[in-house]
Design a protein around this ligand. Structure first.
Ligand code: ZN
Length: 247
């Protein structure tokens, strides 16, 4: 048995039998792991207040020989999303982070840059301030996992998209210029292309004071969600919730 102590982020829990929970945990040392938290619903001492999705925790867990599931021993909350006010948009945003990480990350593959990105966007995601961190997270997670196509030129002809709108299709890779857009494409506006380039360059803190509405970067988010969905071949339910909120 190998004991681990690591910073981690709780992604999701499922009820098992009695008061046991199955937990999906994004750990800093080992990447995504799944394990059983025995009597989690009864033990305030071992897991008190630290099982809510997107809680940043100090986790103690054990890998067991020849077993896929780890044994979750103890979580101590470092930062809880419930420490700040929550509304429907912030709840949907947190659910989106959890679902994306759950869907895109392979098990047991530590990705420190994605871990740090997640902490940075969690810190920024407040009531009335979710659209920017949501967009930033979508762009960077797509890029860090290696699925972001070039955003500055047409995939078909290589022509620069500077100062132009671009087009994307749910079933195709990359962005196209107006000449090569496929039937039933969606448009990614010039402002959003510039935004994508700025987000690729700047730390999130540099953007935190900017005024954002649900329309800001809306087409960019849709493009990124379609890209993530196409690569994972799974629909993001939380993205539907966000889209119903106008984002
Ligand atoms: Zn083209």
């Amino acid at each position: 048995m190998i004991l681990h102590e690591s910073e981690a982020i709780v992604l999701r829990t499922w009820p098992l039998r009695e008061s046991d929970l199955l937990v999906s945990l994004l750990t800093r040392d080992l990447g995504k792991v799944r394990g059983v938290a025995k009597a989690a619903l009864k033990s305030r001492k071992r897991f008190g207040g630290a099982l809510e999705p997107m809680t940043y925790v100090h986790a103690t867990y054990a890998e067991r020989p020849r077993q896929e599931l780890v044994r979750m021993d103890h979580f101590e909350a470092i930062a809880s999303p419930l420490a700040h006010p929550i509304d429907y948009l912030r709840a949907a945003t947190l659910a989106y982070y959890a679902e994306v990480l759950e869907n895109v990350l392979p098990d047991h593959d530590p990705q420190d840059a994605i871990f740090r990105l997640t902490l940075a966007v969690l810190e920024q995601s407040r009531v009335d301030h979710c659209w920017m961190p949501l967009t930033y997270f979508s762009l960077w997670v797509t890029r860090l996992i290696g699925w972001l196509p070039e955003t500055d030129r047409c995939t078909d002809c290589g022509q620069s998209l500077a100062g132009e709108a671009a087009y994307f299709h749910a079933l195709a890779d990359g962005l196209s210029c107006a000449r090569h857009k496929k039937p039933n494409s969606s448009m990614l506006g010039r402002d959003s292309l510039e935004l994508a380039q700025r987000m690729s360059r700047d730390p999130i803190r540099a953007m935190s004071g900017e005024p954002w509405t649900r329309q800001s970067g809306q087409d960019l988010r849709r493009f990124l969600v379609r890209t993530l969905e196409r690569h994972t071949e799974r629909r993001l339910n939380s993205a539907d919730a966000l889209s119903r909120l106008g984002g």
